[in-house]
Design a protein around this ligand. Structure first.
Ligand SMILES: NC(=O)c1ccc[n+]([C@@H]2O[C@H](COP(=O)([O-])OP(=O)(O)OC[C@H]3O[C@@H](n4cnc5c(N)ncnc54)[C@H](OP(=O)(O)O)[C@@H]3O)[C@@H](O)[C@H]2O)c1
Length: 309
């Protein structure tokens, strides 16, 4: 089968499309015949050797963290899934999704949302679970609360806006000016152009800042948070001393695979409460082009690779 592997860290030129053996599942694992795999910023970080979980000794390494496909093989201990089931998955880092058949733990998969085609479903798992865990597990966002989401038009952000609205929260978000109408259409109550407006002058205090941008944007957010509120980031660890001074809770987290949470997300999608936006698709052979597009161009929603679909 074909797999996109790296043998050394570096730029897009280190991505190699190679022929490797098809995997064999252990007891609690399934093999997914991959119809589509999504492209995430972490894929380029891993490729560049900037993601601590994948070190030199893990090379060669297959990139890609989430997929949609059908179950092609099952371990003896898998319950609740059958051969041929269409599933989607956020994979653990040891199994890469940029390949034709991939191993997933049975606790990492959920049935594909019925209302989505496999390309669109592949866009969901990593971004969706990141949004879910950031807002609800770490951010403890509750109905009636106010949240500011930085980076609302990207892969994680466009889902986070809709999850927060579905939970009954009020949502502000920072985006490029050309994406304001896009995020308002997804349900954002207030959209701020981060290039021409200062969000701290526009938004009234919030219970939660969900930070998908980091740096100066994160630092400038502190004074917007109500005492007792929180700042949760997918990027850098926020300043703990500044947080203590303002009586707010801060944290940085790494999203973890969860089939159960993916099922909750699938249900919201099938109930029509969440739209998934795929900006562009690429063939597996265009993987370098896809990664360059995510790094260097303006993407609204997600980029997805067609694998066997
Ligand atoms: N810790 C984890 O487990 C975890 C999981 C997933 C993602 N992440 C990280 O979280 C970040 C977001 O992921 P993603 O998949 O959503 O990335 P993405 O699809 O590339 O989206 C990033 C978005 O941020 C916007 N943006 C850039 N600078 C901004 C600013 N100053 N203010 C407001 N928006 C800004 C971009 O808009 P423009 O294109 O208009 O500039 C883009 O829409 C990435 O850095 C990723 O590595 C971490």
């Amino acid at each position: 089968m074909r797999a996109v592997r790296i043998h050394r860290f570096g730029g897009p030129e280190v991505l190699k499309i190679e022929t490797v053996d098809e995997p064999i599942p252990a007891g609690h694992e399934v093999v997914i015949r991959v119809l589509a795999a999504s492209v995430n910023p972490v894929d380029a970080k891993i490729r560049e050797g900037k993601y601590p979980v994948v070190t030199e000794k893990e090379l060669p390494h297959v990139l890609g963290r989430d997929v949609c496909g059908e179950i092609a093989d099952l371990g003896d201990d898998v319950a609740g899934f059958l051969m041929g089931d269409q599933v989607f998955a956020f994979l653990s880092p040891k199994n890469g999704g940029y390949e034709e058949f991939v191993i997933a733990g049975s606790n990492e998969i959920a049935m594909k949302p019925k209302s989505l085609d496999p390309i669109t479903a592949a866009a969901v798992p990593l971004a969706g679970i990141t949004a879910w865990q950031g807002l609800f597990d770490h951010g403890d966002l509750r109905p009636g609360q106010r949240v500011l989401i930085h980076g609302g038009a990207g892969g994680v952000g466009h889902l986070a806006i809709q999850f927060a609205k579905a939970r009954g929260a009020w949502v502000a978000t920072t985006v490029s000016g050309t994406d304001k109408a896009f995020v308002e259409d997804l349900g954002a109550d207030q959209a701020i152009d981060y290039k021409s407006e200062r969000f701290e002058d526009q938004v009234e205090p919030v219970d939660l800042v969900f930070d998908l941008v980091g740096g100066d944007t994160q630092q400038r957010s502190f004074d917007l948070i109500k005492p007792g509120g929180a700042l949760i980031s997918t990027l850098t660890e926020p300043d703990a001393a500044g947080a203590a001074q303002r009586k707010i809770r801060v944290g940085r987290y790494t999203a973890q695979p969860s089939g159960a949470q993916l099922q909750e997300i699938a249900d919201l999608i099938d109930e029509g409460k969440v739209k998934v936006v795929v900006d562009k698709t690429f063939d597996l052979g265009q993987v370098a082009e896809a990664q360059k597009a995510l790094e260097n161009t303006h993407v609204r929603g997600k980029l997805v690779l067609r694998v066997l679909g």
